[in-house]
Design a binder for this molecule. Structure first.
Ligand code: GUN
Length: 288
């Protein structure tokens, strides 16, 4: 029997609906809606799509959306100055600088310039430290936050579960491990240098695939009944000469073995932007 399909699109819509009500209440109480500023430097096509979607959804839930699109050749100092201006702007509760930045700009320096209280990506070292120390004030990266919501909806209590996170990025793998640990999972981080990765993944009750390698995880790697959260969004050539989106897991094979699995598209992807909106509301509340 095939595993259940975890509907991230529907869950994200539900979260946005909850946020819409909450934002209306906050606006009525404080006289202003939360504001999110998004900074895009350059012309990366995927980034442009993400930024447009973020702005649209920000407005849809009733928040203020500010967009800053700067040319590819913008100097690092100008980006830093913009971030500082947004830090000081009382109508801005969340600041997101879209990654990747052009090569001549030091991303780490830009991220560390964002006021941690407005860091809705949760990438600032202060928020990373808060997450790993269990400090409630942490703003937590959006994709792991969305993945945890889907996981808890599906599994309920995660206490004692064996969780394997494949991928060790700062954006997904590492914060995901921190969240799973906080839920009392036994957490293993697997990556490109892991020996016998199939055998490691086969121990997992929960598999988080966040490597960016299309169809890497095969059905034979999956323990029967496991829950799979596939964070990968990979564009590959399709039979009809066009392209299609696939995850890091070979979907048909893995779905046949798993207890539940997120599809790509329609799984984790929609949750990421919804959680960005959630983080902006959280930042607003923390600041008021
Ligand atoms: N680029 C890819 N994913 C992300 C993300 O979550 N936040 C930002 N700022 N840039 C990204």
């Amino acid at each position: 029997m095939a595993g259940a399909i975890i509907d991230g699109k529907a869950r994200a819509a539900k979260l946005r609906e909850t946020l819409t009500g909450e934002i209306a209440d906050l606006k009525a109480k404080t006289g202003r809606a939360p504001g999110l500023a998004v900074v895009l430097v350059g012309e990366d096509p995927a980034s442009k799509v993400y930024v447009r979607n973020k702005a649209e959804q920000t407005r849809e839930v009733g928040m203020l959306s500010l967009e800053f699109k700067l040319p590819e050749e913008t100097h690092e100092a100008e980006v830093l100055a913009l971030v500082q201006r947004l830090n000081a702007d009382p109508t801005v509760d969340g600041i997101l600088v879209q990654l990747p930045l052009p090569k001549h700009i030091d991303s780490a320096k830009v991220l560390l310039t964002i006021d941690p209280e407005k860091d809705v990506d949760g990438f600032h070292a202060v928020n990373v430290g808060r997450l790993w120390t269990g400090d409630k004030r942490a703003l937590v990266p959006c994709t792991p936050t969305g993945s945890m919501i889907l996981l808890k909806d599906t599994v309920g209590s995660l206490t004692g579960a064996n969780a394997v996170v494949i991928g060790r990025s700062n954006i997904v793998g590492k914060p995901m491990a921190a969240l799973l640990l906080a839920e009392s999972c036994t957490v293993t981080m697997a990556h490109s240098k892991t020996r016998e990765i199939e055998a490691v993944v086969r121990q997992a009750d929960i598999v988080i695939a966040a490597v960016g390698v299309p169809n890497m995880v095969r059905g034979s790697w999956i323990k029967p009944g496991a829950t799979i959260i596939d964070v990968g969004i990979n564009r590959i050539p399709s039979d009809n000469g066009k392209t299609k989106l696939v995850g890091d897991c070979q979907y048909e094979e893995c779905a046949a073995v798993a207890g539940a699995i997120t599809p790509v598209p329609g799984g984790v992807g929609p949750m990421t932007i919804a959680c960005l909106l959630l983080n902006t509301v959280t930042a607003f509340k923390n600041r008021n």
